[in-house]
Design a protein around this ligand. Structure first.
Ligand SMILES: [Zn+2]
Length: 249
């Protein structure tokens, strides 16, 4: 019988996380929308760190163009066009065979988001799609579920924890629906694998701070991995936001 009792000792030794962080993470249910680069990095962090339950959705299949940055997939997955969710769940179980993981082979829409998120405490944006982010935002704010907007392109990215009722939402930033042509994304701008890697480190840190109750609600983090810069700034709620209006403080 393997001794797994020291699995989390090094992370519990970090004072800001500690035993309380471990306990809260172990009872947390997290839903990740997307199993591309962001979803591969973040899902493996959550599983390796001991999240209570992980739900992950993606309707796409693995291709060779994914392999430089989508770290859970193999050449065999690309040759077989394996559904990303199937390959991700298979790999995640190799890190923690008893992990509670629910994989859904579908893109998330206004119709299925409620069933997908189910009883999750937190939603992670791992899409590369503004329309899908608005699906997440509108649902999460109305259901009072925190979520983390994460956008990456080229060598730059943005991470913004959204706490319904406590800080601005995505609609506060973009009152009109921007389409994917107006916002930098991987399709148009390309992507280096180090960019989602860095974004997810910031994203999972904010996720854990939400679970610990220490996140700062109005914070937006912008970074460039190439220039080696990151800065965070505060953003106010838009009093005319059609989604936030009437919710919270
Ligand atoms: Zn808003």
């Amino acid at each position: 019988m393997m001794d797994c009792s020291n699995r989390y000792e090094k992370q519990m030794a970090v004072p800001v996380f500690g035993e309380e962080g471990q306990r809260k993470l172990a009872s947390a249910k997290v839903a990740i929308v997307g199993a591309g680069a962001l979803g591969c990095f973040s899902s493996q962090y959550f599983i390796r760190m001991g999240v209570g339950q992980l739900r992950i959705a993606d309707g796409d299949t693995v291709s060779f163009a994914n392999l430089h940055r989508q770290i859970l997939f193999s050449e065999e997955d690309a040759s077989n066009a394996t559904p990303k969710v199937d390959a991700a769940v298979r790999e995640l179980r190799r890190f923690q065979k008893d992990a509670r993981i629910v994989g859904i082979r579908e893109m998330i829409t206004r119709e299925n988001i409620s069933d997908f998120v189910a009883d999750s405490d937190l939603i992670i944006d791992a899409t590369d799609s503004m329309p899908t982010r608005f699906v997440i935002n509108d649902f999460a704010v109305r259901q009072n579920i925190p979520w983390i907007y994460t956008g990456v392109a080229g060598t730059e990215g943005i991470v913004m924890p959204i706490l319904p009722g406590r800080g601005p939402c995505l609609r506060c930033l973009f009152p009109e629906d921007p389409d994917d042509a107006q916002v930098a994304n991987c399709k148009r701008n390309g992507i280096l694998p180090i960019t989602p890697g860095f974004a997810v480190s910031l994203q999972v840190a904010q996720a854990i701070r939400i679970l610990l109750g220490t996140v700062i609600p109005d914070t937006v983090i912008r970074f460039s991995v190439w220039d080696g810069t990151a800065r965070s700034f505060r953003l106010s709620r838009n009093p005319r936001c059609p989604v936030c209006q009437g919710s919270g403080r």
